[in-house]
Design a protein around this ligand. Structure first.
Ligand code: PEP
Ligand code: MG
Length: 318
């Protein structure tokens, strides 16, 4: 109760002219709930369930349905009346789980990961979906479930079908983390109710640059106009379909970029709790029209540096 009051005490995310952009938290499990509420998160935009799976099983065996119900219920009960977006297990590549991920892949980032893994292990996906449904039972929360690493319409369709088969009572969505998903976002939206752009992986796959390779940081900059184009394309598809499109990658945590993403048409921003107050403050200083002009200016640039400067010039009224 006290925690919910804490969250309500902070202003919601909005531009200076009142355009609402819900500011949500990225969390890894019950241990992060307090920080999210204290920072005024308006809900959870990304619950990364693989960290929880790692901590409860050491990654050698799948977490039981009952242990999952308990952990999810702890998170869901902390956000009455709010959205909580739970991502089903994103195993593989930078997040290997022993019970799911093959050990001998030559190129794990381009191999079995995310929804691909779960569709190969339908019992693991089903157990997680059943646990989520049970955890939400009787709670006044808006549960949303989404799949990571969706490449195309058929991935989205298979995930939506698995959710229906498990009797999930929640909004069903998919993450946009591959260029193919951004390019065909409208087709994905005919299968699911919302999109959430994971800019960390979307950058990795758009630039063919390993997200963990420090030497390639130039190609992981979310200000890169090529990445902004992909986000714009995704947000535009959602607008055309009358559905929502959030961003839950690191890009959302950059206050200036958060304004640009808003201008691109993104409908919510999810980030580490520690970033929420600065993003809230930045959004409150500009109008939606300024955000749109800043987004257009950034997309007209040809490098991340130029995009940043162009957006800053618009938003500071230079
Ligand atoms: C992303 O890829 O942007 C994302 C939010 O997911 P993760 O960082 O967990 O892969
Ligand atoms: Mg990702």
């Amino acid at each position: 109760q006290r925690k919910a009051e804490l969250a309500a005490a902070k202003d919601p995310g909005r531009t200076s002219d009142g355009h609402l952009v819900p500011l949500l938290a990225n969390i890894g499990g019950p241990a992060d709930v307090e920080a999210a509420l204290e920072a005024g998160a308006e809900g959870v935009g990304l619950l990364r369930t693989e960290f929880f799976a790692l901590s409860t099983t050491g990654s050698e065996e799948a977490p039981s349905e009952s242990s999952q119900v308990e952990a999810y219920r702890e998170v869901l009960s902390a956000f009455p009346g709010r959205r909580v977006v739970v991502r089903v297990l994103d195993a593989g590549a930078d997040k290997p789980l022993g019970f799911l991920s093959p050990a001998d892949e030559p190129n794990p980032a381009l191999g079995m990961r995310g929804v691909r893994t779960l569709l190969q292990h339908p019992e693991v996906l089903r157990t997680q979906l059943l646990a989520l449904t049970k955890a939400a039972e009787g709670l006044p929360v808006h549960l949303e479930v989404m799949a990571p690493m969706v490449a195309d319409r058929d991935d989205a369709r298979a995930f939506a079908e698995a959710c229906r088969a498990a009797g999930v009572r929640a909004s069903v969505g998919v993450m946009v983390e591959t260029p193919s998903a951004a390019l065909r976002a409208r087709a994905l939206l005919r299968e699911v109710e919302f999109l959430s752009v994971g800019t960390n992986d979307l950058a990795q796959y758009a630039f063919a640059a390993d997200r963990q390779a420090a030497t390639l940081s130039r190609l992981q900059d979310p200000w890169h106009p090529a990445l902004l184009d992909l986000v714009a394309m995704t947000a535009e598809a959602a607008r055309a379909e009358g559905k929502s499109c959030g961003v839950c990658g690191e890009a959302a945590a950059d206050p200036l970029l958060a304004c640009v993403l808003t201008g691109l048409g993104v409908t919510s921003l999810s980030m580490a709790p520690s970033a929420l107050s600065r993003v809230r403050a930045a959004l409150a200083t500009c109008t939606l029209a300024q955000c749109r002009r800043a987004a257009a200016a950034a997309r007209s640039a040809d490098s991340p540096e130029e995009a940043r400067l162009a957006a800053r010039a618009v938003l500071s009224g230079e």
